[in-house]
Every structure is written in structure tokens, then in C-alpha cells.
Design a protein around this ligand. Structure first.
Ligand SMILES: Cc1ncc(COP(=O)(O)O)c(C=O)c1O
Length: 360
């Protein structure tokens, strides 16, 4: 009988959003933290042009893309690696630096794929408590064990939306052993870049990686483009396990054009922040505790797990999909992506009505 490797047989599959609207109801997807608008029109033009040369493999070194990223962030292209989404790079990091006999550590309500990637690599996944749904660097340091080899921190976090400042990240780095890789996942970084200094300079310490994605602020989730800045020796190891030709030529071309259209991305961030504020106010007025955060989503506290499931169920019955958060240890919470205006109006109106009904 064929058998999977024991560490794979023993792990749960990563829970993807389940979004089947009832018959006749159009899908309102606010479950996956996708952008409220499509990528820059320049990205579409570049992708269409690249499609005409589809007989060729894509650039395996992402040369134009790495240079566009380097120019945009004023960093060196040598340490940049690109992935088929940042998921690709998170998986590669776990395969190289976690693995059998080692462990990765993350905050209690961390992005669930950190666990999946760690377990896929055959390593143990540990967590440390958070404080007020915010990364607690002291608790993380206290949870480090002799076999800890990777610490994952998403900043801002998903699903919490909260973030810690650069000083706290520096303290965390300073408190970790030199043989522990600190991974700062800034998937939502563009939404918070105005708040304080960026973290790319921490990479020069030699054991820190900063990840970003084109899926959120650039509206390119369907293109699967993520990237990271790595110390060069770390990049050389990661490179060994990243699939060759992992990003299609059309997606690479689209990403280059999107990065160059900086104004469009910033406008997306501004529209998202305005939508987030408006939604936060409506939900708060409807009686919810809502974590506002610095991302393209809100975290809605329904009080307890049963109420969150009931709310989710009632929304789904109308084709509106938010995301339950039991997988991140927050069963009482629903995560609401800030989507296009029409979708938000439908969702918020129904949530307000349901909350009013519950109070009666
Ligand atoms: C914190 C965090 N990291 C990484 C990812 C993965 O993004 P990508 O689409 O680049 O694989 C997500 C996606 O939701 C995320 O929330």
C-alpha cells in the first residue's frame, strides 16, 4: 500500500476559503484580502504583450522584476528572490531552515500558512501568546527553544491587522540567537509604509528576511507574484529549493509595470484606508468591537464562536463571504476584506440588519 510520508499524513490541509454562493445569488467575495480594484492598467498592457511570446520559458532570474523592485525600494537586487506568491517563499524558507528535528515559532494568531509550511517541512510549529491581538516580542523570545530555527512574524498581522514598530522588531532581532532566521512578512506593508521606517535595512544583520507580495496593494493576487529581500548567503540556499520558472512571463511583465505605476498603488492604498474607516465606523455604530488595523481588512468580534458562525452562515445564505478565524485561534472573529463599494454596501447593510435583529 502506498503511504504518504508520516509528517504529511499527520498534518491538516491548509484551509482555503470556501465560496460557493447559493443558487441564483451572485458571489460577494470579501474573504481573501484581495484588492478592491484590478491591477494598474499598465500591468494589463504589459501582460498582454508578454502573452505573444508564450513559447518561451519565463526569465528564471526575474531580472527585470528584481531591478524594478530594487529601484522602487532603494535596495540591492542581489538579495531579492521572487516567488509564485509569497506563499512560495514561505514554503521554501521552511524547507531550508526548519525541517526535521527543528521548530518554527510564530505569534498565537499568526497567518495560518506559517504552520502549514512548517509542518510540510517536517518541523514542529510553536506559538507564543499575543497581547491585545498584537505581537508580543517578549513572549516570543521567552518561547524560543534550543531547536527553534525560524521565527515568523507578519507585520501587519493577518488576521489581527495590528502591527508593531521597527524598534520592537529590532529588539526581537537583538534577543534572538544568531542561528535563528527572523522572517518579517510584510504582505500588507504597503498599507502601512507611511507609518514609520521600513525594515529592509534589518536584512543586513545576516539572519533576517523581509517578504512582500503583489497580491494585496497591487491587486495582483491572481498573477502570483511575491518577493523577499534576503541576506545573499540565505538567498543562495533558498534558491536551491524554489521551483525553476516559478512565475509566468506575463505575470513578471505585469508586476514590473505595476511596480513602476507607484501612484496607482498608492491610490489603491488610500481608497482602501477610506473604505476601511467607513466600514469600521458603521460596524462600531452597529455595536461591534472591531480591530481597525493597517491593512485591507477588518477583524470583527462577534462575541463568541457560535455568534460568529451564525453571522457567517446568514451572510453566506445571501452569497456574501467573509472569513471565519477559528484556524487562527480566534473563533469569535470574522475577517472582512475591504472590497469594492457595491460589495461593501451589501455586506455592511446585511451585517447591520443581523446585528439589529440579534439585539431585539
Ligand atoms: C500575512 C500573509 N502572508 C502571505 C500571504 C500570501 O500572499 P501571496 O498571495 O503572495 O502568496 C498572505 C495572503 O493572504 C498573507 O496574509
Amino acid at each position: 500500500m502506498i503511504r504518504p510520508a508520516p509528517h504529511i499524513a499527520g498534518m491538516a490541509a491548509y484551509a482555503l476559503a470556501d465560496m460557493q454562493p447559493p443558487d441564483g445569488k451572485p458571489l460577494v467575495s470579501l474573504a481573501q484580502n484581495e484588492s478592491l480594484r484590478p491591477p494598474s492598467p499598465a500591468a494589463r498592457v504589459a501582460a498582454m504583450r508578454a502573452l505573444d511570446h508564450g513559447e518561451h520559458y519565463p526569465d528564471p532570474d526575474w531580472t527585470a522584476l528584481r531591478h524594478a523592485i530594487a529601484e522602487c525600494h532603494d535596495i540591492e537586487p542581489e538579495g531579492i528572490l521572487c516567488g509564485s506568491g509569497s506563499l512560495d517563499l514561505i514554503g521554501a524558507i521552511a524547507r531550508v531552515y526548519a525541517g526535521s528535528g527543528r521548530a518554527a515559532l510564530a505569534p498565537a494568531h499568526a497567518y495560518p500558512f506559517f504552520r502549514t509550511a512548517t509542518e510540510m517541512a517536517g518541523a514542529r510549529f510553536d506559538t507564543a501568546p499575543e497581547r491585545d491581538l498584537t505581537v508580543d516580542t517578549e513572549a516570543l523570545l521567552a518561547a524560543v527553544r534550543p531547536d527553534t530555527s525560524v521565527v515568523f512574524v507578519a507585520n501587519p498581522g493577518n488576521p489581527t491587522g495590528t502591527r508593531i514598530g521597527k524598534d520592537a522588531l529590532r529588539e526581537l532581532r537583538a534577543g534572538l540567537r544568531d542561528d535563528i532566521l527572523l522572517v518579517i512578512d510584510e504582505a500588507y506593508g504597503e498599507f502601512a509604509d507611511h507609518l514609520d521606517a521600513r525594515c529592509f535595512d534589518m536584512v543586513s544583520s545576516g539572519a533576517t528576511v523581509v517578504l512582500r507580495t503583489m497580491s494585496k496593494a497591487y491587486g495582483m493576487a491572481g498573477h502570483r507574484v511575491g518577493w523577499g529581500l534576503f541576506p545573499v548567503p540565505v538567498a543562495q540556499e533558498i534558491r536551491k529549493v524554489v521551483n525553476p520558472n516559478n512565475i509566468s512571463a506575463a505575470s513578471q511583465a505585469a508586476a514590473v509595470a505595476a511596480i513602476r505605476d507607484h501612484d496607482y498603488m498608492q491610490e489603491t492604498c488610500a481608497l482602501t484606508a477610506a473604505g476601511r474607516k467607513a466600514a469600521w465606523e458603521r460596524l462600531r455604530d452597529a455595536g461591534f468591537e472591531v480591530v481597525e488595523g493597517h491593512t485591507n481588512f477588518l477583524l470583527l468580534d462577534c462575541g463568541d464562536g457560535e455568534s460568529a458562525r451564525a453571522m457567517d452562515h446568514a451572510l453566506r445564505a445571501q452569497g456574501i463571504f467573509l472569513r471565519q478565524q477559528a484556524g487562527a485561534g480566534l473563533p469569535q472573529m470574522l475577517r472582512l476584506t475591504i472590497g469594492p463599494e457595491g460589495a461593501m454596501e451589501k455586506a455592511l447593510t446585511l451585517i447591520e440588519r443581523l446585528a439589529q435583529g440579534n439585539r431585539r
